[in-house]
Ligand binder design. Structure first.
Ligand SMILES: CCCCCCCCCCCCCCCC(=O)SCCNC(=O)CCNC(=O)[C@H](O)C(C)(C)COP(=O)(O)OP(=O)(O)OC[C@H]1O[C@@H](n2cnc3c(N)ncnc32)[C@H](O)[C@@H]1OP(=O)(O)O
Ligand SMILES: O=C(CO)COP(=O)(O)O
Length: 667
């Protein structure tokens, strides 16, 4: 297989990253049938032969842990233990996988055909695979891929099969069970099915957590799940969910296994399969239900070109090392092992920190394609721009991204103009060149369209493009927050700027991955990067914009502008239009029509404000800031808005009033 190195590998100032191999190359040169029927002999955890899937189920049903909960539920509900036991068995029957090699071989064959049709290359870091293989022999392994496409889980199993590694068991939402035949085939490929949310259902939690923990303790197979819980419709990382992460760490906390290895996996797509579907969903069009007929209809995508894909397996993260000095494991000896405990505050904070760390690692090793930079620039000039200007700016942005540590896939020895032209050609559904200018493509009906339809179509194209820009946000986020703070603070004093930075960071912490409690660290990182690129100077207790820093700072401020405007529009809606009885269900449609009204009247130009993801994040931020209160009544959830406080947040975001001073002890 040909080895391909990306930029940062050769840059001595940047982090060393592994080389990639294209796994499709071999598939294009040898028989898929032979590949599907190859001798498959993965190395096993401690050399143990895994038990049968059915044996696993009986172990769970007979476990002390589950029997304890069954007795508890029976005592509380008045049902006999036999009835509750049957209920538990039924839950497990619906949930459990039936992993078998026959089905895997079928998928190995069909997916080879599909991947070769869809992708030019699928590049995998083989050093990561070697580290994973080593880890799998020594400790239970949990695979944690990023989640931006249905392709993610198919590709994960395919890669592990290709490299002869143990196939994972994968936590899947129940939605897939609705797919005739396919749902069961996924089960036979290692999927185990869970409800999307099961809040306080004690029996369900017990069956689910005991099932996962039994597989982990026995080293049955690597466990794979998506920390973000759903495909990110914006291609930004989502705030991690903690339920499953907590469960897989528990056997270590209780001393049942020596360690657990968490392996973040970054899946980067040059073109995302679901691109325009996501944009439509963000604008309120319901997601197409997972169905076999839908899958068959989607066959036509096989004639499209989705460019290349990169999959980066990060080094395993040892839970044991992370817990050192943070978790006092003797607390878990205070109650018998089979009695489930609610995680203590200390444990919850630890699990939360680990979750953020994993998502940050996924981001760091995400490969950034040239189109991502092109899309970023196009969005800052939605009316279009001269091609020559785009080429120049892309080359400038490439250098800035490299300086900030981006993991760029930029071909060697190829002129920038060729790189840009070829990525525009791959994304011709999103951008088109006419004469010397380039602009966003807006698809619409053949005949005349209403202003609302025109707005919708334009928004689809902007949001699709934004889903690429979002793939590089993690690189620029901290310096961009600082750039915005510099422009809002009305002062060059470091502590005023920090105070403003901290406020913005807090407001946007549902929008972006910003680890709780790391504000000072993020500020320092932002200062470091802006000094490094010559945009600012640090003078004693001042942060001063350098004369040459204007271009960088204005680019960074524009990068966050759509989010800033979006949050301001949500504040304005709550201030001007929210009634006393605003319900959770009404919120998104109401903000959307408010934003549409502003657009049609010409007072709002930003299309990203129409995204339901942004609107939800803004609301969550206002709830966190205690400006909006969530009140649960008998039949619904209401939002109670403190309009004066909303006004003040809106003004602070606009830089019209200063942020309150924070304690700056560590600055
Ligand atoms: C060769 C080629 C082969 C190819 C072969 C193809 C293979 C092809 C395979 C297909 C494979 C498909 C794969 C699809 C991929 C997805 O479908 S992704 C979607 C499904 N996966 C996930 O969501 C994983 C991540 N999610 C989580 O971890 C979530 O936390 C959970 C576990 C789903 C639970 O969600 P939730 O109910 O919303 O729960 P959460 O908010 O975490 O907690 C709720 C409450 O329960 C409490 N709780 C937490 N833990 C516990 C506990 N252990 N006990 C009791 N209570 C607890 C919490 O404290 C919380 O209480 P409050 O604080 O609210 O009082
Ligand atoms: O997570 C899923 C697929 O992997 C399915 O659910 P979503 O549509 O919420 O992403």
């Amino acid at each position: 297989m040909a080895s391909k190195a990306l930029y940062s590998h050769r840059d001595p100032v940047l982090k060393k990253r592994d080389d990639f191999e294209d796994i499709l190359e071999e598939r294009r040169n040898s028989s898929d049938l032979r590949y599907a029927f190859k001798c498959y002999t993965p190395v096993l955890y401690r050399g143990l032969t895994p038990c049968k899937a059915a044996t696993l189920k009986s172990m769970v049903l007979q476990s002390e842990q589950l029997l304890h909960v069954i007795n508890q539920v029976s005592a509380e509900s008045g049902e006999s233990t036999d009835v509750v036991k049957d209920e538990a068995a039924a839950i497990l029957e619906e949930m459990a996988h039936r992993l078998q090699l026959r089905t895997i071989r079928f998928f190995a064959y069909t997916l080879s055909k599909a991947f070769k049709a869809l992708y030019r290359s699928v590049c995998v870091n083989e050093e990561g695979i070697q580290r994973l293989q080593q880890a799998m022999q020594e400790h239970p392994v949990v695979l944690l891929p990023s989640h931006r496409s249905y392709m993610d889980f198919l590709m994960m199993s395919y890669i592990l099969y290709t490299y002869d590694l143990s196939l994972p068991v994968i936590a899947a939402g129940m939605d897939f069970l609705g797919m005739k035949f396919v749902g069961e085939m996924l089960r036979m490929s290692g999927a185990f099915f869970i409800r999307r949310s099961f809040g306080g259902d004690q029996l369900y939690w017990a069956v689910f957590s005991e099932y996962v923990k039994t597989m982990l303790r026995k080293g049955y197979a690597p466990i794979e799940f998506f920390l973000e819980g759903t495909r990110s419709r914006t291609c930004k990382s989502l705030t991690p969910k903690l339920g499953l992460l907590n469960i897989v760490m528990e056997p270590f906390f209780k001393g049942e296994v020596f360690d657990v290895n968490l392996v973040p996996v970054s899946m980067s797509y040059e073109r995302v399969l679901e691109e325009s579907l996501y944009a439509r969903e963000l604008l309120g069009v319901p997601k197409p239900k997972e169905s076999t007929s839908g899958l068959l209809k989607a066959r036509k995508i096989l004639s499209e070109d989705y460019g290349s894909m990169h999959v980066y397996f990060s080094p395993p993260v040892s839970v044991r090392s992370l817990a050192q000095g943070r978790i006092n494991r003797s607390q878990f000896n205070l109650t018998p092992r089979h009695v489930a405990q609610k995680p203590s505050e200390e444990t919850q904070a630890f699990v939360n920190d680990v979750a953020y760390r994993i998502v940050r690692l996924q981001q760091e090793n995400m490969v950034v394609k040239p189109w991502v930079l092109v899309a970023t620039l196009l969005l800052q000039s939605v009316e279009g721009m001269e091609l020559t200007e785009l080429m120049e700016q892309t080359s400038w942005l490439r250098d800035l991204a490299r300086m900030f540590g981006a993991f760029l896939d930029w071909p060697d020895h190829t002129p920038c103009s060729m790189v840009v032209s070829s990525s525009i050609s791959l994304h011709r559904n999103l951008a088109c060149v006419s004469g010397s200018r380039i602009s966003l493509v807006v698809e619409g009906p053949q005949g005349p369209e209403t202003p609302e339809e025109a707005l919708f179509n334009r928004a689809v194209s902007v949001l699709s493009c934004a889903s690429y820009r979002n793939q590089v946000l993690h690189v620029f986020l901290r310096p961009a927050l600082l750039a915005m703070a510099l422009s809002n603070a009305n002062s060059s004093r470091k502590e005023d700027i920090y105070s403003c930075f901290d406020f913005l960071r807090n407001v946007f912490s549902d929008e972006f991955i910003l680890s709780p409690g790391a504000s000072v660290q993020d500020f320092d990182e932002a200062c470091h990067l802006l000094v490094k690129c010559g945009a600012v100077e640090l003078l004693h207790q001042d942060v001063v914009m350098a004369e040459s820093g204007r271009t960088v700072l204005s680019f960074l401020t524009l990068l966050l502008e759509p989010f800033l405007q979006g949050y301001q529009v949500v504040c304005r809606y709550l201030r001007e239009e929210a009634t006393e009885n605003l319900t959770e269900k009404q919120f998104i449609p109401a903000v959307r029509s408010f934003a549409v009204k502003l657009h049609l009247s010409g007072s709002l130009k930003c299309y990203e404000v129409l995204s339901s993801d942004l609107q939800k994040n803004a609301l969550n931020a206002l709830i966190r800031l205690n400006v909006v209160r969530r009140v649960r009544t008998n039949e619904q959830v209401l939002f109670k808005v403190n309009k004066a406080a909303v006004n003040s947040v809106e003004d602070t975001l606009g830089g019209r009033i200063p942020t309150q001073k924070s304690i700056l002890a560590r600055l």
